[in-house]
Write a protein that binds this ligand. Structure first.
Ligand code: NAP
Ligand code: GDP
Length: 345
């Protein structure tokens, strides 16, 4: 087993952490799952993936430099995937300082630890299309100017440039994946797609009658499947040198369209009516209101649309997304109905 590679994955309890760990384990990696003590310690997602027993869980906090140094020094991993973050844009307006420290400074801590104790380690940083924010061109690619619209976007931009800078300054193998929104049945329930599918599933099994309350229905995103995107992260670390890559599907859809697709998988035919704050979505067959706008979910500054151009990634990494929008919505909806039926949502 001497050729076995070791990878540290931070954010192991999150959506992408589970999918990436599953992929790396299936190709023979030793996987160290870095998690913060006291948080999501039940490891539900990893259990549902059926991989918890195969992962060595290690203590990790983005804000604790000494802990990060010890971790990197002890394991000197071949690959370090930094997926940990305060990842929810809306929360970053309420917790901007924490978000900046975790998502921005935290990445400097990891890079410093690698530079000092394990310069051979290949590093992946989870960058985001939120860095494009108020988009300067459509579609966005690796050279599109950035214009973040939230403390989250600002903090991630700092981390993105730190990742590039440590590659250029110290010759480290670092990669930044500018990932557009990606979803799955393991997406956090605060994000709009999963909020919709989890709520609809509760309606389907009769747990609630209330409509799902949402904010801006006109926002558009380039939504892909997390299971496809983690494979691209791994590919980035198997090249001759580090680089920056956009990971996207090249297709854009609105929240309204996602509601329609999720509704279809529930057997509903949803029609929208009303304007702005009074807009509702009704199932034409039953007359039941399934969605309504609540301005409480509007954001102080909105990212209206994001659309990625993944041409470089396709060409250099030979990667293409497999799951498309309608299939993704159906997959998420069906899984949440299955969970709701078992009382495990
Ligand atoms: P997620 O489900 O929200 O997972 C975030 C992970 O970070 C969780 O495991 C969380 O642990 C951990 N974490 C939060 N604060 C931490 C801290 N201070 N110290 C250590 N761990 C901490 O996110 P995801 O959807 O898997 O996304 C993975 C990464 O990609 C994130 O960095 C996100 O910002 C970025 N990204 C995501 C998308 C997307 O559409 N999903 C797009 C672009 C970029 P707990 O369980 O303890 O909370
Ligand atoms: P983000 O792109 O990382 O912010 O991912 P989200 O899934 O949180 O939000 C995507 C888009 O959905 C944003 O433009 C939100 O304003 C919009 N949106 C509309 N209603 C909601 C809602 O109730 N919750 C969330 N999270 N987003 C909503």
């Amino acid at each position: 087993m001497s050729n076995q590679k070791t990878a540290i994955i931070t954010g192991i309890t999150g959506q992408d952490g589970g999918y990436l760990a599953k992929l790396l384990l299936s190709t023979g990696y030793r996987v160290l799952g870095a998690y913060r003590r006291g948080a999501t310690e039940t490891f539900e997602k990893l259990k549902e993936h059926g991989i918890l027993e195969q992962i060595e869980m290690v203590d990790f906090d983005l804000l604790e430099f000494s802990n990060i140094c010890r971790l990197v020094k002890k394991y000197q991993p071949d690959e370090f995937y930094n997926l940990a973050a305060q990842s929810f844009v809306a929360a970053s307006f309420e917790e901007p300082i924490y978000t900046a420290q975790a998502d921005g400074m935290g990445v400097f801590y990891i890079l410093e630890a690698i530079r000092e104790f394990s310069p051979k380690t290949r590093f992946y940083q989870a960058s985001t299309s939120e860095m494009f924010g108020l988009v300067q061109e459509i579609p966005q690619f690796e050279k599109t100017p950035f214009y973040p619209r939230s403390p989250y976007g600002v903090a991630k931009l700092m981390a993105h440039w730190a990742t590039t800078n440590y590659r250029e300054s110290f010759g480290l193998y670092t990669c930044s994946g500018i990932l557009f929104n990606h979803e799955s049945p393991f997406r956090g329930k605060e994000f709009v797609t999963r909020k919709i599918t989890a709520h609809f599933a509760r309606m389907v099994v009769g747990e609630t009658d209330k409509p799902c309350e949402l904010g801006n229905l006109s926002a558009q995103r380039d939504w892909g499947f997390a299971g496809d995107y983690v494979e691209c992260m791994w590919r980035m670390l198997q090249q001759n040198e580090g680089d920056t890559y956009v990971v996207a599907t090249g297709e854009m859809h609105s929240i309204r369209e996602f509601v329609l697709e999720a509704g279809k998988a529930c057997g509903w035919d949803i029609e929208f009516s009303g304007k702005e704050d009074s807009e509702i979505g009704t199932d034409k067959k039953t007359g039941k209101i399934v969605v309504k706008v609540n301005p409480k979910y509007y954001r102080p500054a909105e990212v209206e649309q994001l659309l990625g151009n993944p041409a470089k990634t396709k060409q250099k990494l030979g990667w293409e997304p497999k799951v498309r929008f309608a299939e993704l919505a159906k997959m998420m909806m069906e899984k949440d109905i299955e969970r709701a039926e078992k009382g495990r949502l």
